[in-house]
Each structure stands twice: as structure tokens, then as C-alpha cells.
Design a protein around this ligand. Structure first.
Ligand SMILES: C[S@@+](CC[C@H](N)C(=O)[O-])C[C@H]1O[C@@H](n2cnc3c(N)ncnc32)[C@H](O)[C@@H]1O
Length: 148
């Protein structure tokens, strides 16, 4: 155990071995299974950085929330007049993030709305949202998602 003296009046003292960054969520790669991670997995990459365990003998990834969620199902991908979006986020992930970060009545600005998955998750959680999307042909996808 390393004792760190806090100088008089100092709010905090940097740990000499560095610190684990806050506000980070890790996500398993698509082909990870319960038996192990695939080579491109960020969870695996973090765990291979043994220095981040600070000698506690635990894999560093245990200090972060870890997502393992399948890609958005076909039913979650709106198509309007043959237009679809290439990178629709899974609704379950956005539900989880909104619950993690927001209280009912908060307002979420989504500057990269895409098909509006985040806006839909906000509405379900009683959270206000403002969506901005650069590509005009994706706007009908947002309307389609939110019309129900
Ligand atoms: C990863 S997608 C978002 C997908 C969305 N979360 C969903 O589940 O449908 C990012 C979106 O940001 C939009 N975008 C990129 N740059 C932008 C900008 N400067 N202003 C507004 N939208 C932008 C892209 O057109 C794209 O639709």
C-alpha cells in the first residue's frame, strides 16, 4: 500500500501510478462470447494493460461498466422510401445510457440524431430531448421512429 501525503490545502493529489479515467463505458466486440473475447475487443485490450490493475490482481475492466449488447435488430431500423441508416444504435443501449445519465425532466441534446434512437429512449424515460441531424434524408426516419 502506497501512502500519499496530501499537502496542506490541496484538494487532491495525483496518484503516482496514474488514475483510471472516469466516465468511461467499455463495450465488448461483436464476436466476444462468455468463453472469451475476440482479438479486437477493447475490454481485452484494457485487461492486457496490467499496469491499470494497480497490483490488486484484478482485471482493469472490472472498474468500468461493460456493455455487451447485440446490434440493433431489424425491427429497430426504420426504412422510409428505401432510405435506411447504416449505424443505428440498439434501443437497449440508449435506454441504459439515458437511465444512467438522466433524471425525468432533464433535457438531452442529441447533436447526431441519426434515426432518433436516443430521442425515443428519452421519451420512454420521461426525459426531454432535442435532436439535430445533418442529413435531410434521415429526418423521415426520425419521424417514423417517433410516430408511434
Ligand atoms: C452514428 S449516427 C447516429 C445514429 C443514432 N444514434 C441512431 O441510433 O440512429 C451519427 C449521425 O450524425 C450525423 N451527423 C454527423 N455530423 C453531423 C453534424 N455536424 N451535425 C448534425 N448531424 C451530424 C450523421 O449524419 C449521422 O446520421
Amino acid at each position: 500500500m502506497l501512502a500519499i501525503d496530501r499537502p496542506e490545502g490541496a484538494a487532491s493529489v495525483p496518484h503516482p501510478e496514474g488514475r483510471l479515467p472516469g466516465n468511461v463505458v467499455l463495450e465488448h466486440a461483436e464476436y466476444c462470447t462468455d468463453d472469451g473475447c475476440s482479438a479486437m475487443c477493447i475490454v481485452l485490450a484494457v485487461d492486457e494493460q496490467g499496469c491499470a490493475t494497480r497490483g490488486r490482481g484484478e482485471a482493469a475492466s472490472r472498474f468500468y461498466p461493460i456493455l455487451h449488447h447485440p446490434k440493433a435488430a431489424r425491427a429497430e431500423r426504420p426504412i422510409v422510401d428505401g432510405v435506411s441508416h447504416p449505424t443505428v444504435k440498439p434501443r437497449g443501449v440508449m435506454d441504459w445510457l439515458v437511465a444512467l445519465a438522466c433524471r425525468p425532466g432533464d433535457t438531452v441534446p442529441d447533436m447526431f440524431a441519426g434515426t432518433g434512437t436516443t430521442l425515443e429512449a428519452c421519451r420512454a424515460a420521461g426525459v426531454h430531448s432535442v435532436g439535430i441531424e445533418r442529413e435531410a434524408n434521415y429526418i423521415p426516419l426520425i419521424h417514423e421512429r417517433l410516430k408511434s
